[in-house]
Design a protein around this ligand. Structure first.
Ligand SMILES: Nc1ncnc2c1ncn2[C@@H]1O[C@H](COP(=O)(O)OP(=O)(O)OP(=O)(O)O)[C@@H](O)[C@H]1O
Ligand SMILES: [Mg+2]
Length: 290
């Protein structure tokens, strides 16, 4: 199975949200990483065939997904970023309703809904109304509905938003069990989620894929660009205005800055090991837009 993006482009008036992207996705977990407005949601909506591309196309094993119609929808699971819940439905009612929309037979759906509620740790509240749920619980219902039809292509727009650390770990485990032989694409701003879940990272900036590769391949690109520098609090302020500071740590009266820069910012700076977050900050310095 392969999902190909061929010169995929979306314009909103004069705004280019997705700018002629090309790539081929094979089974595995892809992490879509990028700043606010980078084009992640727009791209994902086109991958789900809910948003028409301005030009270019998405092909599943060579077939245009829009031409595939129901054949594609049957193998697709989608968690939109702005997922609409039905506040007066209970968790079970809501999932049964979505299952019906997906054309899943009632008896099959009943069993699957139970299974999924258990997977996302909501079995205990299955008969409670969604309006009584916390943000993280709603998010988990959203994840469950995306999995109802055992999708082979699973697209999750910020699935970990609002999840507490325990649920985040649970989600990671659920996904790595589920992802075998499937194409899973998830977007997030949380670099540690990507490090823990994604086989491959797609770094998106201004509608383009800036970098693609495994986490370690990407981290390697930031090697030699990360430095530690011990300074006084006044100097720290000056450095922050001048360079990209990934971290700031107090040590006694001085401050240790973690600086991301192409070359050593000053002679006493000590080179240190890079992380994915350093690479992200290198490409999205705070002084710059998306
Ligand atoms: N329906 C729309 N009409 C006009 N402009 C839009 C529309 N949807 C998105 N855009 C613009 O396209 C760009 C990409 O937006 P998109 O929502 O895809 O970004 P994103 O990477 O998902 O951001 P976030 O991390 O905030 O979710 C932004 O500049 C946004 O303002
Ligand atoms: Mg988005």
């Amino acid at each position: 199975m392969e999902l190909s993006l061929d010169r995929l482009t979306k314009h909103f008036g004069s705004k280019i949200a997705v700018d002629c992207v090309n790539t081929t996705l094979m089974p595995g977990v892809y992490g879509l990483l990028g700043a606010n407005g980078a084009g992640k949601t727009t791209l994902m909506r086109m991958l789900c065939a809910v948003l028409e591309a301005t030009s270019g196309e998405v092909l599943l094993d060579g077939k245009n997904i829009i031409d595939m119609g129901a054949e594609y929808r049957n193998i697709l699971g989608y968690l939109p970023q702005d997922f609409g819940y039905y506040p007066s439905y209970t968790a079970t009612e809501f999932l049964m309703y979505i299952a019906a929309l997906k054309g899943i037979q009632r008896e099959v759906a009943k069993k699957r809904v139970k299974e999924l509620l258990d997977m996302v740790d909501l079995s205990g509240v299955s008969f409670k109304k969604i309006k009584t749920f916390s943000g993280g619980m709603k998010q988990r219902i959203g994840i469950a509905q995306a999995l109802l039809n055992h999708p082979k292509v699973l697209i999750l727009d910020e699935p970990t938003a609002g999840l507490d650390p325990k649920e985040r770990v649970r989600f990671r485990n659920l996904l790595s069990d589920y992802a075998k032989d499937k194409i899973v694409i998830l977007s997030t701003h949380i670099v540690s989620d990507i490090e823990a879940i994604a086989d491959k990272v797609l770094l998106m900036k201004k509608g383009n894929f800036l970098l693609q590769g495994t986490v370690s391949e990407l981290v390697r690109k930031a090697e030699g660009k990360v430095w530690e520098l011990e300074v006084s609090p006044e100097e720290a302020r000056r450095w922050q205005a001048k360079v990209t500071v990934a971290n700031l740590r107090h040590e006694g009266d001085s401050i240790v800055l973690r600086i991301v820069a192409d070359s050593s910012p000053v002679e006493q700076a000590v080179p240190c090991e890079a992380s994915l977050e350093d690479l992200y900050l290198y490409h999205f310095p705070s002084k710059e837009g998306v």
